[in-house]
Design a protein around this ligand. Structure first.
Ligand SMILES: [Zn+2]
Length: 65
């Protein structure tokens, strides 16, 4: 069973980059929010990490608790 800790560990080790402003995954775009400011999950602010983690958990295990 996947737990929130498992998901966080995966995200902390991920190379996926996110826009610092709206937290959209970078994907194939070179800019977002009219900026070129992206960082991996591990580089984001703690409150932004928490928001992304909650969203990911809701997608994967259907429960944010
Ligand atoms: Zn953005």
């Amino acid at each position: 069973m996947t737990t929130k800790d498992d998901i966080k560990r995966d995200m902390m080790g991920s190379d996926t980059q996110y826009c610092y402003y709206c937290l959209t995954p970078k994907g194939d775009s070179f800019s977002c929010c009219q900026e070129n400011h992206f960082g991996t999950f591990a580089n984001l602010y703690p409150e932004d990490q928490q928001a992304l983690l909650d969203e990911e958990c809701a997608n994967i295990i259907g429960d944010t608790q």
